[in-house]
Design a binder for this molecule. Structure first.
Ligand code: NAP
Length: 287
């Protein structure tokens, strides 16, 4: 049997958030403050350069100054640490974003610990992750899990008391998302590659979030007609097109609501980064 699936797109969510960001940037400008971020990029990975361009474009649309510190692939721990320390101590920089993963010769955790948590707009430092686990919303969240929460809230999907199955337990998506959902009073089940019979868990959940990095892995058999499915996955479908971790064509018409791989959660992430940049600026400049 088929149902009328509602396609949950990210664009209106991002637009809603951007209107709020613009108003707050205008308030800061009135005090002669321009929110400013620095992107620290080690090497020249195509994905990083692509994301960097998108961040810079969005910065200029929102009145945020975006700077880039480009470091060579073979940068030393000392040089990278110095770049971070300079950004930490520069009072005109309010947010720091560093691409990851870093090249293998660099000790990533040691580097992350050097970023001032007040400027950690990508929610990468141990201190900010700890706050999420403590249910303290004064810190910064990794952007993708926050984008999922904003998507669910914008479309008025009730979380309090809802059962949510999160597939994937990485530190950038699955784990912090599970904690953010718990903070919204959802009942959360985390699934991973060793979970037995995932279908029985996903098909009983009100909301299913999929972040496993496996192209079109979950088809309609994982869901029911009342499932609300948020697909975080971004994969190459083998034909040069982007696809999700959910088989969109198979699930569409079989579930209540579904996000597309292109134009879904990913559309919101950069806006979350910049909202956190403005919040960092407000906090640092003591608004
Ligand atoms: P990751 O670090 O590779 O983690 C994948 C997680 O999925 C792991 O916890 C793994 O379990 C679990 N997993 C793998 N196969 C599974 C299976 N068959 N059943 C259940 N769980 C399984 O990936 P990630 O960085 O979290 O990213 C996940 C997806 O989100 C990727 O497609 C990525 O491209 C996408 N993503 C999108 C955005 C965005 O802005 N839209 C941002 C970041 C990531 P184990 O822990 O047991 O190995």
């Amino acid at each position: 049997m088929s149902v009328e699936t509602v396609k949950l797109t990210g664009k209106p969510v991002a637009e809603h958030l951007r209107a709020n960001i613009k108003a707050r940037v205008a308030d800061l400008n009135e005090r002669n403050i321009v929110p400013t971020i620095i992107i620290i990029r080690v090497g020249n990975k195509e994905d990083d350069v692509f994301y960097e361009r998108s961040i810079l474009k969005n910065c200029s649309l929102l009145g945020i100054e975006g700077r880039v510190e480009e470091l060579p692939e073979n940068v030393s721990m000392e040089e990278l640490s110095k770049a971070i320390e300079d950004a930490n101590s520069d009072e005109n920089i309010h947010g720091i974003m560093m691409f990851r993963p870093l090249p293998e010769h660099l000790k990533e955790r040691e580097i992350l610990e050097k970023i001032d948590p007040r400027k950690d707009i990508d929610g990468m430092t141990p201190g900010n992750l700890e706050k999420i686990f403590e249910g303290d919303d004064s810190g910064f969240s990794p952007c993708t899990p926050k984008a999922v929460i904003e998507m669910l809230k914008y479309y008025d999907i009730p979380l309090q008391g809802a059962s949510v199955a999160v597939s994937g337990r990485s530190l950038v998506v699955g784990k912090p998302l599970a904690m953010l959902l718990l903070n919204e009073n959802a009942t959360v089940t985390i699934c991973h590659s060793k979970t037995k019979n995932i279908k029985s868990i996903t098909s009983q959940a009100d909301v299913v979030v999929v972040a496993i990095g496996k192209a079109k892995f979950m088809n309609e058999e994982y869901f029911t007609e009342s499932s609300i499915v948020i697909d975080v996955g971004v994969n190459d479908d083998g034909n040069g097109k982007i696809c999700g971790d959910v088989d969109y064509d198979k699930a569409f018409g079989k579930v209540k609501m579904l996000t597309p791989a292109s134009g879904g959660v990913g559309t919101i992430t950069t806006t979350i980064l910049l909202e956190q940049a403005v919040r960092a600026c407000e906090m640092i400049t003591d608004k």
